[in-house]
Ligand binder design. Structure first.
Ligand SMILES: *Cc1c(COP(=O)(O)O)cnc(C)c1O
Length: 393
């Protein structure tokens, strides 16, 4: 079994490029070019240099001693929270903007839900001096005012999506419409391992620096490249794809994916796609998707904005159905508790997304000798108001 994308753009039965005909030239240009361009020496040199000097890589692999003692196992945290802009998303936007430049594109568009991907995109556009337009649902603009302000400070134009539920899916529709109308000068930066082929594979490759570093760092610290488990939260699945990437075809490394159960899987307010999803098409990709019996996409819910997505990337749908990945869902309440626990035990305030991954230690036992690497996808500064109101701080 191969867990990477095949030459047709599929992970098992998931993936592909289900797009309107008018989008075909844009996506096809990208498909034909992405591997050639990203494997050029000059591309790799510039990418690695920016990851080091601008993003601050390699991020530390930190042995969480007090957390490990509490759960009687060995827990390492891969510190993506220490990346510039506070999360892993910038690894991907740096890669895509370098690709866009080489494709001769000078106008960048993106969609954003909570605003994190919008900020990561606006950041690299400022870095490269390119025009940046971010589509965002009107309701999300109201809910996520600090990130809207950040994008504006970084020089981006934030365009409200006013149709439908005025949230992420509507912003995505607007971005696709823009790309169809501007096929020559515009590149669309997608923020996770979702969308039509080649996006899931391209984004996974940019994020794979996470497991590449982990292998080297673990070899140094433990004398072996492979942990017993790698763990990550899954919204669309890009930070997870990054920490899994170099372990996908190493069967001795267990892969654990953590989804948001929201208020509980059976409450109708969750984002636990593997538990609740069925095969469907979202954002141009065939994958597992939360939907009504007649195929309408269900509005997801999670306390963490980054996990509040009704699908998962096709890589993860395949990891689930093939049994290669173990999927666990974590409620809002358990995630919040785990987030506060990391603060108290290790002096690290995690993003609420990452807190979901930390919460599995209360649900699942590991052996005393196991080495478990948890991808700490982001820092909690952006979530301070949620922590404050949840715990009455
Ligand atoms: C956006 C985000 C996520 C979820 O996105 P993935 O593509 O699933 O990684 C997770 N953690 C943080 C901190 C985020 O900002």
């Amino acid at each position: 079994m191969n867990y990477n994308v095949n030459e047709k753009g599929y992970y098992g039965e998931f993936g592909g490029a289900y797009i309107p005909e008018m989008l075909y030239p844009n996506v096809e240009e990208l498909r034909q070019q992405y591997l050639t361009i990203t494997s050029e020496e000059s591309f790799q040199k510039e990418f690695q240099q920016l990851l080091r000097d601008y993003v601050g890589r390699p991020t530390p692999l930190y042995f969480a001693k007090r957390f490990s003692e509490k759960y009687n196992t060995n827990v390492y945290l891969k510190r993506e929270d220490l990346c510039h802009t506070g999360a892993h998303k910038v690894n991907n936007t740096i890669g895509q903007i370098l690709l866009a430049k080489r494709l001769g594109k000078n106008r960048i568009i993106a969609e954003t839900g909570a605003g994190q991907h919008g900020v990561a995109t606006a950041t690299v556009c400022a870095l490269m001096g390119l025009e940046c337009i971010v589509y965002m649902g009107e309701i999300d603009i109201q809910r996520q005012a600090p990130n809207v302000a950040r994008m504006k400070m970084l020089g981006a134009t934030v365009v409200p999506a006013t149709s439908g539920s005025k949230t992420l899916k509507d912003a995505t529709n607007e971005a696709i419409r823009d790309w169809i109308n501007n096929p020559v000068d515009t590149h669309y930066i997608i923020g996770s391992v979702v969308g039509p082929h080649p996006y899931p594979d391209m984004v996974a490759r940019f994020q794979s620096i996470i497991s590449e570093e982990t292998q080297k760092q673990l070899l140094e610290k433990e004398g072996r490249e492979n942990p017993d488990y790698v763990v990550a939260c899954v919204g669309g699945g890009s930070n997870a794809a990054g920490i899994y990437y170099h372990y996908l075809n190493q069967p001795e490394v267990g892969i654990i994916a953590v989804e948001a159960a929201g208020k509980g899987i059976d409450t109708g307010e969750s984002a636990a796609t593997s538990a609740l999803g069925k095969m469907g098409i979202i954002h141009g990709s065939k994958t597992l998707l939360m939907q009504t019996p007649d195929g309408q996409i269900t509005e997801p819910y999670s306390i963490s904005a980054g996990l509040d997505y009704p699908g998962v990337g096709p890589m993860h749908a395949n990891l689930f159905t093939s049994g290669r990945g173990e999927f666990i869902s974590i409620t809002d309440a358990d995630a919040m508790k785990a987030g506060l626990e990391l603060c108290e035990l290790e002096g690290i305030i995690p993003a609420i997304e990452s807190s979901h991954a930390l919460a599995i230690f209360n649900q699942r036992k590991f052996k005393k000798d196991d080495i478990v690497v948890v991808n700490l996808s982001g820092r909690g500064d952006k979530d301070l108001n949620t922590y404050i109101s949840y715990f009455n701080l």
